[in-house]
Write a protein that binds this ligand. Structure first.
Ligand SMILES: *[C@@H]1O[C@H](CO)[C@@H](O)[C@H](O)[C@H]1NC(C)=O
Length: 348
């Protein structure tokens, strides 16, 4: 029995390490916002090697999803009009977010705007269908009247290091998915609150005024929560959409915060059910919700895990360090979020 227990402890430690490396690997890709439950997935373990490799190599372009024959995407190189009529970076509609766009953001944005008619035409239903992203209408000419539209587009560019073809692909996939999934509607549907209220909720604000979504990993009935993956995903998308609606106006605020609370987590509760749910969730949020999180706070993270994270965080860049905040105990959270803003489930 003792050997069995030792082995369990040993295995548990390795799980912690794996989880940690995933966290750090995700940090190194500070542009991917959502990683709910991903920390616990086996699939994620396989990604580690790739992500670490990527750190030492320039990232390859994302695979293109648009049809063959349409790959003259970079207007700088091949767009018929770009040589003669460079688009003006001046737009009539401005807000506090668009006025602080950098030159590279403005430049890649005007290139992406040139491609927008072709993008919309390529969607199922073409321009007949009303498309939206996070509640903001996506249509030709909207940049003239709606500054929020440009804030949304720039998120896709930032997430792709200003590669216009890659941003084009991700935006296109997102618009198709949102339409099919009816993502906006997910926010207002009825869910089993007794069940999903244990997993996550929107509650309170950070000291800087950002809306906070809380994610809990401990003490869950995994079969009940994750058994119906479709339902779980729909609920989680709905939570994200509500967060955006309540906390991100794309006028003065373009992101929100997240807390990941690992209190009461048993790392032995990983099962095929939770793996599938986490894989589906991570893919959804990585692809369709880029650049929406300002900061992620990890609390009640087991001591050794937090320690290794600290050591390894020496290797990640400052921007990433600012975004991912590893807090051993929940007390450290007071620096960022007043206690009065914490949900009751969080132990003070
Ligand atoms: C952890 O368990 C304690 C005791 O059962 C409970 O009070 C607390 O709310 C739990 N925390 C989370 C985040 O589940």
């Amino acid at each position: 029995m003792k050997i069995g227990n030792d082995f369990k402890a040993f295995e548990g430690r390795w799980r912690f390490l794996f989880v940690l490396v995933v966290l750090v690997a995700k940090c190194s890709r500070s542009l991917t916002p959502e990683s709910d439950h991903n920390e616990l997935t086996a699939q994620a373990y396989q990604k580690i090697a790739k992500q670490l490799l990527d750190k030492f190599q320039p990232p390859a372009a994302r695979p293109r999803t648009h049809p063959a024959g349409s790959d003259n995407l970079n207007p700088k190189l091949s767009h018929p009009t770009s040589d003669t009529t460079p688009p003006s970076p001046k737009m009539p509609a401005e807000n506090t977010l668009t006025t602080s766009f950098t030159p590279v953001e403005l430049e890649s944005l005007s290139q992406l705007l040139l491609e927008l008619p072709r993008l919309l035409d390529s969607l199922p239903g073409g321009q007949e269908v009303d498309h939206e992203c996070w509640g903001i209408p996506i249509k030709i000419g909207a940049e003239e009247t709606d500054a929020r539209f440009r804030v949304v587009l720039v998120k896709f560019l930032r997430a792709n290091k200003f590669s216009v073809p890659a941003a084009y692909d991700q935006l296109r996939e997102t618009l198709i998915w949102r339409h099919e999934f009816r993502a906006l509607e997910a926010a207002d549907e009825e869910y089993d609150q007794d069940l999903y209220g244990q997993v996550g909720l929107i509650h309170g604000r950070t000291k800087k005024g950002g809306l906070v979504t809380w994610n809990f990993y401990g003490g869950l009935d995994n079969e009940r929560v994750f058994g119906n993956v479709e339902r779980f995903l729909r609920w989680r998308v709905g939570l994200m959409e509500r967060g955006i609606r309540e906390g991100v106006d794309f006028v003065t605020r373009d992101s929100m915060a997240q807390v990941h609370d690992y209190a009461n987590v048993s790392f032995f509760s990983i099962s095929p059910t939770t793996k599938l749910a986490s894989k589906t969730t991570i893919q959804t949020f990585q692809t369709y919700y880029p650049e929406l999180l300002s900061q992620k706070f990890f609390v009640n993270v087991p001591g050794m895990l937090a320690w290794v994270f600290k050591v390894m965080s020496g290797f990640v860049n400052k921007e990433t360090e600012r975004k991912f905040v590893m807090l051993g105990s929940v007390k450290g959270l007071r620096k960022f979020i007043d206690e009065g803003e914490w949900p009751s489930k969080v132990q003070k």
